[in-house]
Write a protein that binds this ligand. Sequence first.
Ligand SMILES: [Zn+2]
Length: 67
Amino acid sequence: MSTKPDDTGGPMTEPCETCERETPHDVSIELRTESQRTENAEYSREPYRVSVCRLCSAERSIRMNNA
Ligand SMILES: [Zn+2]
């Protein structure tokens, strides 16, 4: 049971506002449709980086559109 920390597949450590410290997060990428502003939002799917704190289950989603 001596698993070395790995760059690939390991939990991301990020600061959590709820825990007020850095905690391991489960990070995933989701395509979410933005249908709030316009009606013809069929093709306005934006990638979101969703991170969930493993300690308090707080979810944070950040849109990855850097353009
Ligand atoms: Zn937390």
